[in-house]
Write a protein that binds this ligand. Structure first.
Ligand code: BV8
Ligand code: ZN
Length: 253
Protein backbone atom coordinates (compact mmCIF):
# COMPACT_ATOMS: atom_id res chain seq x y z
CA UNK A 1 0.00 0.00 0.00
CA UNK A 2 1.37 3.49 -0.88
CA UNK A 3 2.52 5.87 1.87
CA UNK A 4 -0.22 8.27 0.71
CA UNK A 5 -2.88 5.63 1.32
CA UNK A 6 -1.39 4.64 4.69
CA UNK A 7 -1.48 8.27 5.83
CA UNK A 8 -4.98 8.80 4.38
CA UNK A 9 -6.22 5.76 6.34
CA UNK A 10 -4.58 7.13 9.52
CA UNK A 11 -6.32 10.43 8.78
CA UNK A 12 -9.74 8.76 8.52
CA UNK A 13 -9.19 7.02 11.89
CA UNK A 14 -7.67 10.07 13.64
CA UNK A 15 -9.50 11.30 16.75
CA UNK A 16 -7.02 14.14 17.37
CA UNK A 17 -4.97 15.44 14.44
CA UNK A 18 -2.09 17.92 14.82
CA UNK A 19 -1.05 19.89 11.75
CA UNK A 20 2.43 21.46 12.19
CA UNK A 21 3.48 23.87 9.44
CA UNK A 22 6.57 25.79 8.32
CA UNK A 23 7.42 28.17 5.52
CA UNK A 24 6.97 25.46 2.86
CA UNK A 25 3.17 25.58 3.30
CA UNK A 26 3.21 29.24 2.14
CA UNK A 27 5.75 28.72 -0.67
CA UNK A 28 3.04 28.12 -3.30
CA UNK A 29 1.46 31.43 -2.26
CA UNK A 30 4.66 33.08 -3.46
CA UNK A 31 6.15 33.69 0.00
CA UNK A 32 9.88 32.86 0.01
CA UNK A 33 10.75 30.19 2.57
CA UNK A 34 13.00 31.17 5.43
CA UNK A 35 16.02 29.69 3.70
CA UNK A 36 15.40 31.23 0.31
CA UNK A 37 14.21 34.52 1.84
CA UNK A 38 17.84 35.19 0.90
CA UNK A 39 16.80 35.46 -2.75
CA UNK A 40 15.83 38.77 -4.27
CA UNK A 41 16.48 41.80 -2.10
CA UNK A 42 18.20 40.10 0.73
CA UNK A 43 20.64 37.58 -0.69
CA UNK A 44 23.52 39.46 0.93
CA UNK A 45 22.13 39.03 4.47
CA UNK A 46 21.84 35.88 6.59
CA UNK A 47 18.26 35.86 7.97
CA UNK A 48 19.65 34.33 11.16
CA UNK A 49 21.54 37.63 11.43
CA UNK A 50 18.56 39.85 10.56
CA UNK A 51 16.05 37.95 12.76
CA UNK A 52 17.69 39.00 16.04
CA UNK A 53 17.22 41.76 18.61
CA UNK A 54 20.91 42.62 18.25
CA UNK A 55 20.46 43.29 14.51
CA UNK A 56 17.47 45.51 15.29
CA UNK A 57 19.43 47.47 17.92
CA UNK A 58 22.33 47.83 15.49
CA UNK A 59 20.25 48.95 12.50
CA UNK A 60 16.50 49.23 13.21
CA UNK A 61 15.75 50.64 9.74
CA UNK A 62 17.41 47.69 7.93
CA UNK A 63 15.54 45.08 10.01
CA UNK A 64 12.24 46.98 9.92
CA UNK A 65 12.63 47.33 6.12
CA UNK A 66 13.11 43.55 5.81
CA UNK A 67 9.99 42.80 7.78
CA UNK A 68 7.93 45.45 5.93
CA UNK A 69 9.12 43.86 2.63
CA UNK A 70 7.93 40.47 3.94
CA UNK A 71 4.65 41.90 5.23
CA UNK A 72 3.99 43.54 1.84
CA UNK A 73 4.45 40.12 0.20
CA UNK A 74 2.02 38.48 2.62
CA UNK A 75 -0.62 41.16 2.07
CA UNK A 76 -0.37 40.58 -1.70
CA UNK A 77 -0.39 36.77 -1.35
CA UNK A 78 -3.42 34.50 -1.18
CA UNK A 79 -3.90 31.21 0.71
CA UNK A 80 -2.97 28.28 -1.54
CA UNK A 81 -4.66 24.82 -1.84
CA UNK A 82 -2.58 23.51 1.10
CA UNK A 83 -3.92 26.22 3.47
CA UNK A 84 -7.47 25.61 2.17
CA UNK A 85 -7.22 21.81 2.53
CA UNK A 86 -5.91 22.20 6.11
CA UNK A 87 -8.91 24.42 6.92
CA UNK A 88 -11.19 21.77 5.32
CA UNK A 89 -9.64 18.98 7.44
CA UNK A 90 -11.00 20.66 10.57
CA UNK A 91 -14.52 19.96 9.25
CA UNK A 92 -13.89 16.20 9.17
CA UNK A 93 -11.69 15.17 12.11
CA UNK A 94 -13.14 15.26 15.66
CA UNK A 95 -10.26 17.45 16.93
CA UNK A 96 -7.62 19.40 14.96
CA UNK A 97 -4.81 21.43 16.55
CA UNK A 98 -3.02 23.70 14.04
CA UNK A 99 0.49 24.79 15.09
CA UNK A 100 2.54 27.03 12.79
CA UNK A 101 6.07 28.42 12.82
CA UNK A 102 5.01 30.93 10.16
CA UNK A 103 4.49 34.61 10.87
CA UNK A 104 2.03 35.15 8.00
CA UNK A 105 -1.78 35.04 8.42
CA UNK A 106 -2.53 32.74 5.46
CA UNK A 107 -3.92 29.94 7.66
CA UNK A 108 -6.38 32.43 9.20
CA UNK A 109 -7.30 33.81 5.77
CA UNK A 110 -7.91 30.23 4.52
CA UNK A 111 -10.51 29.81 7.28
CA UNK A 112 -8.61 27.92 9.96
CA UNK A 113 -10.34 29.02 13.18
CA UNK A 114 -7.59 28.65 15.78
CA UNK A 115 -3.93 28.97 14.83
CA UNK A 116 -1.12 28.51 17.38
CA UNK A 117 1.74 30.81 16.28
CA UNK A 118 4.95 29.55 17.94
CA UNK A 119 7.04 32.35 16.39
CA UNK A 120 4.59 35.25 16.54
CA UNK A 121 3.15 37.23 13.66
CA UNK A 122 4.06 39.98 11.20
CA UNK A 123 0.69 41.56 11.97
CA UNK A 124 1.20 42.27 15.68
CA UNK A 125 4.03 44.82 16.00
CA UNK A 126 4.87 46.17 19.43
CA UNK A 127 7.16 48.70 21.07
CA UNK A 128 10.75 47.41 21.40
CA UNK A 129 11.08 49.25 24.75
CA UNK A 130 7.73 49.13 26.59
CA UNK A 131 6.21 46.12 24.66
CA UNK A 132 2.90 47.97 24.11
CA UNK A 133 1.10 46.77 20.93
CA UNK A 134 1.40 49.25 18.03
CA UNK A 135 -1.90 49.62 16.19
CA UNK A 136 -1.00 52.21 13.54
CA UNK A 137 0.74 49.87 11.06
CA UNK A 138 0.43 51.16 7.47
CA UNK A 139 -2.25 49.18 5.61
CA UNK A 140 -0.05 49.13 2.48
CA UNK A 141 3.58 48.97 3.62
CA UNK A 142 6.11 50.74 1.42
CA UNK A 143 8.06 48.09 -0.38
CA UNK A 144 11.71 48.86 0.27
CA UNK A 145 13.63 49.22 -2.97
CA UNK A 146 16.78 47.10 -3.16
CA UNK A 147 18.57 47.66 0.14
CA UNK A 148 16.53 50.76 1.08
CA UNK A 149 15.95 50.93 4.84
CA UNK A 150 12.71 52.09 6.48
CA UNK A 151 12.82 53.85 9.86
CA UNK A 152 10.46 51.98 12.22
CA UNK A 153 7.51 53.99 13.57
CA UNK A 154 7.69 55.29 17.14
CA UNK A 155 5.64 54.02 20.09
CA UNK A 156 2.79 56.44 20.86
CA UNK A 157 3.31 56.02 24.60
CA UNK A 158 7.05 56.03 25.18
CA UNK A 159 8.58 57.00 21.82
CA UNK A 160 10.53 53.73 21.58
CA UNK A 161 11.09 52.06 18.17
CA UNK A 162 8.37 49.65 17.01
CA UNK A 163 9.52 46.07 16.30
CA UNK A 164 7.84 43.19 14.42
CA UNK A 165 5.73 40.91 16.65
CA UNK A 166 7.84 37.87 15.77
CA UNK A 167 10.09 35.67 17.95
CA UNK A 168 13.73 36.37 17.08
CA UNK A 169 16.62 33.92 17.48
CA UNK A 170 17.70 33.92 21.12
CA UNK A 171 14.21 34.99 22.30
CA UNK A 172 11.81 32.84 24.29
CA UNK A 173 8.74 31.48 22.51
CA UNK A 174 5.30 32.49 23.86
CA UNK A 175 4.94 30.13 26.82
CA UNK A 176 1.25 29.32 26.42
CA UNK A 177 1.56 28.61 22.68
CA UNK A 178 4.51 26.28 23.26
CA UNK A 179 2.76 24.40 26.07
CA UNK A 180 -0.40 24.01 23.96
CA UNK A 181 1.67 22.70 21.04
CA UNK A 182 3.56 20.19 23.21
CA UNK A 183 0.35 19.00 24.92
CA UNK A 184 -1.34 18.48 21.55
CA UNK A 185 1.69 16.58 20.20
CA UNK A 186 1.63 14.29 23.26
CA UNK A 187 -2.08 13.47 22.92
CA UNK A 188 -2.64 13.29 19.14
CA UNK A 189 -2.81 10.08 17.14
CA UNK A 190 -1.63 11.65 13.86
CA UNK A 191 0.67 14.61 13.19
CA UNK A 192 1.14 16.06 9.69
CA UNK A 193 4.41 18.06 9.51
CA UNK A 194 4.03 20.24 6.42
CA UNK A 195 6.77 22.30 4.73
CA UNK A 196 9.36 22.60 7.46
CA UNK A 197 13.05 21.82 7.52
CA UNK A 198 12.81 21.08 11.26
CA UNK A 199 16.04 22.86 12.16
CA UNK A 200 14.81 25.49 14.61
CA UNK A 201 14.23 24.58 18.25
CA UNK A 202 12.25 24.26 20.45
CA UNK A 203 9.54 24.24 17.70
CA UNK A 204 11.22 21.32 15.93
CA UNK A 205 10.58 19.18 19.05
CA UNK A 206 6.84 19.02 18.21
CA UNK A 207 6.89 16.22 15.57
CA UNK A 208 9.41 14.18 17.61
CA UNK A 209 7.21 14.51 20.71
CA UNK A 210 4.23 13.14 18.74
CA UNK A 211 6.31 10.22 17.46
CA UNK A 212 7.67 9.46 20.96
CA UNK A 213 4.09 9.56 22.28
CA UNK A 214 2.96 6.83 19.86
CA UNK A 215 1.39 8.91 17.09
CA UNK A 216 1.77 8.38 13.36
CA UNK A 217 3.86 11.23 11.89
CA UNK A 218 3.86 12.16 8.19
CA UNK A 219 6.30 14.68 6.71
CA UNK A 220 4.87 16.48 3.68
CA UNK A 221 7.85 18.16 2.00
CA UNK A 222 9.58 18.67 -1.34
CA UNK A 223 12.56 16.90 0.26
CA UNK A 224 12.35 13.28 1.39
CA UNK A 225 12.68 12.65 5.14
CA UNK A 226 14.39 9.41 6.28
CA UNK A 227 11.90 7.77 8.66
CA UNK A 228 13.18 6.71 12.12
CA UNK A 229 10.19 4.54 12.94
CA UNK A 230 7.54 2.37 11.22
CA UNK A 231 5.04 5.06 12.34
CA UNK A 232 6.91 7.80 10.46
CA UNK A 233 6.19 8.49 6.78
CA UNK A 234 7.58 10.83 4.13
CA UNK A 235 5.27 12.15 1.40
CA UNK A 236 7.44 13.93 -1.17
CA UNK A 237 6.00 16.75 -3.26
CA UNK A 238 4.37 20.18 -3.07
CA UNK A 239 2.03 20.68 -0.11
CA UNK A 240 -0.50 22.34 -2.47
CA UNK A 241 -0.93 18.97 -4.18
CA UNK A 242 -0.34 16.46 -1.38
CA UNK A 243 -2.70 17.89 1.27
CA UNK A 244 -5.70 18.01 -1.11
CA UNK A 245 -4.72 14.50 -2.29
CA UNK A 246 -4.89 13.27 1.33
CA UNK A 247 -8.38 14.78 1.70
CA UNK A 248 -9.49 12.97 -1.47
CA UNK A 249 -7.94 9.62 -0.47
CA UNK A 250 -9.70 9.92 2.90
CA UNK A 251 -12.95 10.24 0.94
CA UNK A 252 -13.61 13.76 2.22
CA UNK A 253 -13.49 15.56 -1.09
C1 BV8 B 1 15.36 29.98 21.87
C2 BV8 B 1 10.30 34.13 13.26
C3 BV8 B 1 16.19 30.02 24.00
C4 BV8 B 1 11.17 35.25 12.77
C5 BV8 B 1 11.84 32.25 13.49
C6 BV8 B 1 22.45 30.28 20.05
C7 BV8 B 1 21.90 31.34 20.75
C8 BV8 B 1 20.54 31.38 21.04
C9 BV8 B 1 19.70 30.37 20.59
C10 BV8 B 1 20.28 29.34 19.88
C11 BV8 B 1 21.62 29.26 19.60
N1 BV8 B 1 21.86 28.13 18.89
C12 BV8 B 1 20.69 27.47 18.69
C13 BV8 B 1 19.74 28.18 19.30
C14 BV8 B 1 18.34 27.88 19.34
C15 BV8 B 1 17.71 28.57 18.14
C16 BV8 B 1 17.80 27.61 16.98
O1 BV8 B 1 17.10 26.61 16.97
N2 BV8 B 1 18.69 27.93 16.00
C17 BV8 B 1 18.84 27.04 14.87
C18 BV8 B 1 19.14 27.86 13.63
C19 BV8 B 1 19.96 26.05 15.18
N3 BV8 B 1 16.35 28.81 18.55
C20 BV8 B 1 16.03 30.01 19.08
O2 BV8 B 1 16.79 30.94 19.19
C21 BV8 B 1 14.61 30.08 19.62
N4 BV8 B 1 14.65 30.60 20.95
O3 BV8 B 1 15.95 28.95 21.70
O4 BV8 B 1 15.40 30.66 23.03
C22 BV8 B 1 16.35 30.89 25.13
C23 BV8 B 1 16.67 30.29 26.31
C24 BV8 B 1 16.83 31.09 27.39
C25 BV8 B 1 16.69 32.47 27.29
C26 BV8 B 1 16.39 33.05 26.08
C27 BV8 B 1 16.21 32.26 24.97
C28 BV8 B 1 13.78 31.04 18.80
C29 BV8 B 1 13.70 30.56 17.38
C30 BV8 B 1 12.66 31.39 16.62
C31 BV8 B 1 13.32 32.09 15.45
N5 BV8 B 1 12.29 32.73 14.63
N6 BV8 B 1 10.84 32.85 12.81
C32 BV8 B 1 11.07 35.44 11.29
O5 BV8 B 1 10.26 34.75 10.62
O6 BV8 B 1 11.82 36.31 10.79
S1 BV8 B 1 12.52 30.82 12.88
C33 BV8 B 1 12.09 30.57 11.23
O7 BV8 B 1 12.95 29.58 10.66
C34 BV8 B 1 10.74 29.93 11.02
O8 BV8 B 1 9.77 30.45 11.88
C35 BV8 B 1 10.95 28.46 11.25
O9 BV8 B 1 10.74 28.10 12.57
C36 BV8 B 1 12.42 28.30 11.01
C37 BV8 B 1 12.72 27.28 9.95
O10 BV8 B 1 12.04 27.64 8.83
P1 BV8 B 1 11.00 26.62 8.10
O11 BV8 B 1 9.65 27.09 8.43
O12 BV8 B 1 11.30 25.18 8.34
O13 BV8 B 1 11.39 26.99 6.65
P2 BV8 B 1 12.72 26.58 5.91
O14 BV8 B 1 12.97 27.60 4.86
O15 BV8 B 1 13.82 26.22 6.86
O16 BV8 B 1 12.28 25.21 5.23
C38 BV8 B 1 11.19 25.21 4.34
C39 BV8 B 1 10.87 23.74 4.12
O17 BV8 B 1 9.74 23.64 3.24
C40 BV8 B 1 12.00 22.98 3.46
O18 BV8 B 1 12.12 21.72 4.10
C41 BV8 B 1 11.53 22.81 2.01
O19 BV8 B 1 11.97 21.58 1.44
C42 BV8 B 1 10.04 22.77 2.20
N7 BV8 B 1 9.24 23.26 1.06
C43 BV8 B 1 9.52 24.32 0.25
N8 BV8 B 1 8.51 24.47 -0.64
C44 BV8 B 1 7.57 23.51 -0.36
C45 BV8 B 1 8.04 22.74 0.72
N9 BV8 B 1 7.35 21.69 1.24
C46 BV8 B 1 6.16 21.40 0.67
N10 BV8 B 1 5.65 22.10 -0.37
C47 BV8 B 1 6.32 23.15 -0.90
N11 BV8 B 1 5.79 23.83 -1.93
ZN1 ZN C 1 6.78 52.10 24.09
Amino acid sequence: MSDLQIVADALRRARHLVVFTGAGVSAESGIPTFRDALSGLWQRFDPGELATAAAFRRDPALVWGWYEWRRAQVLKARPNPAHLAIAELARHVPQLTLVTQNVDDLHERAGSPAVIHLHGSLHQPRCFDCQRPFTRLAADPQEPAKGRRIEPPRCLQCGGPVRPGVVWFGEMLPEQALQQAFAAAESCDLLLSIGTSGVVYPAAHVPQLALDSGAVVAHINQQAFAPNSPREHSLVGPAGELVPALLQRAGWQ
